[in-house]
Design a protein. Structure first.
Length: 527
């Protein structure tokens, strides 16, 4: 380690760019051979000092951040010696002065968090993690203070710098909580430690969410990312905060309606806690509030979808989480909102933007999957207001529109990217109609419903979309293939990945692909 000592000594003096290229190379070496280099306790301090020096320069910052990460992974028990801990804190507290990339900062915090989680003394571990969190706290706190001193906001340069530091601080806090997830699962972190960290993090984030700074998309995205990671990591400890969390997200989305991060974070909350029946009314109220936003209500065509693809994807993510995770009573109480969201998703599936269209089709598929499950659970139950009846009624109202949208999605030059999703949706829809045909649900939905939707969708297509005589042949052909795929799906329902796996499903997908291939030259968008 003599070479490491030489470099560490030189790091305290003025260094030229060429030497930092050496730092970069040696940082790569440390990352590759960290387990061997850290096998001796006497090597840890010079290695840490070397990483600290290399991190401070842009040329070598990434290599040395990775090296630090590997050292903390391979020698965590040696990192928690008092003198080594102080070097780690020195590194973390000097991050803001280093002008580092966010990804490098997250690596550094991840590395240090990993080392701190291995501290055996609970009080020391708790205070150390709190200290690491607080090193990023001050950057966000200073930005919030600007609202109380408007003169600071009149200086664009100073405000931009403060905003940038706060964004970096939020991502670092998110990195800390992101790593805690594995430590909490393995019981390395106790409840007291989690509560202490939340006691630092949430009041700060709540104050930030009430500030005017949230209009900045970079800041709001960083705040939402940090919150999502904290929720996934801390789980049940966030339960008592759920009303406040969702109120903050809903309020900010109504204020800044192009900031899709609020919708995405609300979806994360639903995914984590949606199964809690005691919060059913909260989930419904949140759905209602978010859906009332003008930015969502005006999304009513494939054209507007293409103008706001990120917003469409976030909306599809939220609605998918809602129908997949929320209690049955919450789903039943949200019937009008769900019907509207289903109609929108059917329309969005015809959009030019691939990501938005596929997200919408994924929501439709999720809706159909939940409907199938509800139908199979209570085949003879038709009580008004039950979740199954609500979902089937929505499908009965919207099935024709969905079928038209699927056909429309398959007659454009970009149709091949939609083949698998389209085939999956059609197989699910056919399976649901076939299942209802055998039960008292037939009064609402049946195989005849599917036949009528297909006939109507084909006949309503402009004549130049189909070849001569194709309208007469496509209906019996598709119905025959759909029937085989539906029966196969119902038979294999308990298997994983049942879609497109058997002969019927593969035949359906091949038929859809052939149809899309033969209509790729259609250039006029669907109405």
């Amino acid at each position: 380690m003599h070479f490491v000592n030489i470099l560490c000594n030189r790091a305290h003096s003025e260094l030229n760019g060429c030497l930092f290229l050496v730092y970069k190379s040696f940082g790569d070496v440390i990352g590759s051979y960290s387990k061997l280099l850290a096998s001796s306790e006497s090597n840890i301090k010079p290695l840490l000092l070397f990483c600290a020096s290399g991190i401070s320069k842009s040329v070598s910052s990434h290599a040395c951040s990775l090296a630090l990460c590997k050292l903390c992974e391979d020698a965590s028990s040696l990192m928690i010696e008092p003198h080594n801990l102080e070097i780690l804190f020195w590194i973390s507290e000097g991050i803001d002065a280093g002008n580092l990339q966010i990804e490098d900062e997250k690596l550094i915090i991840y590395a240090i968090t990993q080392a701190l989680c291995s501290i055996l003394d609970k009080d020391l571990r708790k205070s150390s993690l709190a200290r690491l969190l607080c090193s990023s706290y001050s950057a966000v706190d200073k930005l919030i203070d600007i609202d109380r001193d408007q003169s600071l906001r009149q200086n664009p340069s100073a405000y931009t710098e403060a905003l940038d530091l706060a964004v970096h601080g939020l991502y670092r806090m998110g990195a800390l909580f992101g790593h805690l997830a594995t430590s909490i699962t393995s019981s390395l972190i106790d409840d007291d430690t989690v509560l202490v960290l939340l006691g630092i993090f949430w009041p700060l984030l709540e104050r930030l969410s009430q500030s005017s700074h949230m209009e900045n998309i970079r800041l709001s995205t960083a705040a939402c990312r940090s919150l999502s990671l904290a929720i996934h990591s801390c789980g049940q400890h966030f339960k008592i905060l759920l009303p406040k969390v969702l109120e903050c997200l809903s309020t900010n989305f109504l204020l800044f309606q192009r900031h899709d991060c609020f919708l995405r974070t609300a979806a994360s909350v639903i995914e984590e806690f949606g199964h809690k029946e005691e919060y059913g009314a909260l989930w419904v109220r949140t759905f209602e509030t978010l859906s009332s936003a003008t930015s969502l209500s005006t999304l009513n065509s494939s054209y507007t979808c293409d103008q706001e693809p990120d917003l469409v994807e976030a909306y599809a993510s939220f609605t998918s989480a809602f129908i997949r995770c929320c209690p049955k009573d919450a789903i039943a109480a949200s019937a009008p909102l769900l019907e509207l969201s289903f109609q929108k998703a059917a329309i969005f599936s015809t959009a030019m933007h691939r990501g938005a269209a596929l997200a919408a089709m994924s929501y439709v598929s999720c809706f159909l999957d939940v409907s199938l499950a509800a139908t199979q659970e209570s085949r003879e139950c038709l009580s008004d207001g039950s979740p199954g009846v609500v979902l089937i009624q929505i499908l009965a109202h919207c099935g024709e529109g969905l079928m038209s949208s699927v056909l429309c999605a398959l007659v454009h030059v970009w149709a091949l990217s939609r083949v698998h999703k389209s085939a999956t949706v059609l197989q699910q829809l056919a399976a649901l109609c076939s299942l209802c045909e055998r039960t008292t649900w037939k009064a609402i939905l049946s195989w005849d419903s599917l036949c009528g939707w297909l006939q109507s969708a084909v006949k309503s297509m402009p004549s130049d979309y189909l070849r001569q005589g194709e309208a007469e042949t496509i209906i019996p052909l598709w119905l025959n293939v759909l029937q085989d795929a539906a029966l196969e799906y119902l038979h294999r329902r308990t298997d994983d990945n049942v879609y497109m796996q058997g002969k019927g499903g593969r035949t359906l997908k091949l038929m859809i692909r052939d149809f899309a291939e033969s209509h790729r030259n259609v250039s006029t968008p669907c109405p």
